[in-house]
Design a protein around this ligand. Structure first.
Ligand code: DAH
Length: 354
């Protein structure tokens, strides 16, 4: 240690020390230099401690010089330490070290909601059969929702739709079937709207939201339906059955079968309930199908002549079939979800599973 000589030359000592500090390769060696230059046994410290033995006038001058050197070295050490730290080098504590080879955190990828997945799958299936895909208004009126679907005012079947009526359209307007505004309780009004604007042959599926005053494990106030409508010359129940069997297999697997049971809807005659063989037990009976081997998946039927007439089609020439299927219900069956409400609570722990 050359600088430890009693006759310490402040200038050369400072220069030499600052050069070595600036070249320190890491924080460990920097700490060694701090001890060497500013520690208790450092030449500078010893020179400072000897100041007391000097005559007062020399003491002041020498003291100021030595303290300037000390401050310069301190600053040099601080600057070098900062530089080493921000360069990420040096001997950082293990916990602080940055491992540039460590794999990054991949961002979480989302996916479509199970209801949207089934919605799109249904569109794909029917597009594959040559169907048009149409959308219609969620806010509709009494005429399209009931009247033109063969449910005139006072028809008892209207009660079953638990409709949200909003208002009579326009102040001072008469309360008529056209002005009575509501949230559609089913997608069937689109049968009429579509027939009004299209010619036969018609093959259309209309997915969308519908609304009812309902709320329990199998009903929510906003839900999703697909309406299907086929109108042409010579359409029969055999077309309906073949189409819906194809749909059931495309959606739930090749092993599925369907069966038809009589039902009643004012807008179809005859009306049918379509059941699919249970996708969980393959028809042998389980909790899901309530030990019957069959699960109801949709309502359907041959379009009522009055409905064809309301849609502007001649029932003497054309026949057709229609169906209405709950998208949420299909999603529940497909993914084994037992509470419909859980689909709409937006809990990613639930939705992320599918
Ligand atoms: N609109 C009926 C409902 O929401 C479902 C339905 C049944 C639609 C039979 C149809 C049909 O097109 O033919 O309950």
């Amino acid at each position: 240690m050359t600088s430890a000589a009693p006759g310490l030359d402040p200038e050369s000592h400072q220069r030499e020390a600052l050069e070595r500090i600036a070249a320190a390769p890491n924080e460990g060696s920097l700490e060694e230099l701090r001890v060497e230059f500013l520690g208790r046994k450092a030449a500078l410290s010893e020179a400072l401690s000897r100041l007391g033995s000097l005559p007062p006038d020399q003491r002041r001058e020498k003291g100021a010089t030595l303290n300037r050197v000390k401050a310069a070295l301190q600053q040099g050490l601080d600057v070098r330490r900062e530089a080493l730290r921000s360069a990420g080098g040096g001997t950082l504590a293990a916990a602080e070290a940055i491992d540039l080879t460590f794999p990054g955190r991949s961002p979480r990828r989302g996916h479509p909601h199970p209801v949207m997945r089934v919605w799109r799958e249904m569109e794909d299936i029917f597009r594959g059969l040559g169907y048009d895909v149409a959308r219609g208004p969620e806010v509709d009126n009494d005429y399209y929702t009931f009247e033109a679907l063969n449910m005139p005012a006072g028809h008892p079947a209207r009660d079953g739709f638990d409709t949200f009526f909003t208002a009579v359209d326009g102040a001072g307007t008469d309360d008529t079937t056209e002005t009575r505004v509501l949230l559609r309780p089913h997608t069937s009004p689109m049968q009429i709207r579509y027939m009004e604007t299209h010619q036969a042959p018609i093959r259309v599926m209309i997915p969308g939201k519908a609304y009812r005053r309902d709320n329990d494990a199998t009903h929510v106030p906003m839900f999703h339906q697909v309406e299907g409508l086929v109108v042409d010359e010579g359409i029969t129940v055999a077309d309906l059955k073949g189409t819906l069997e194809y749909f059931a297999r495309a959606m739930f697997g090749d092993r599925r079968r369907i069966r038809l049971r009589p039902d009643h809807f004012p807008f179809t005659e005859p009306s049918l309930e379509v059941h699919v063989s249970c996708m969980q037990c393959d028809g042998s009976g389980c909790v899901l199908c309530r030990h019957s081997g069959w699960i109801e998946i949709l309502g359907a039927g041959m379009v009522h002549p009055n409905v064809l007439r309301y849609g502007g089609m001649d029932p003497e020439r054309y026949t057709g079939f229609a169906f209405g299927c709950g998208i949420d219900r299909v999603a529940m069956l497909k993914y084994g979800i037992d509470d419909l409400r859980s689909l709409f609570e937006n809990d990613v722990r639930m939705i992320g599973q599918f």
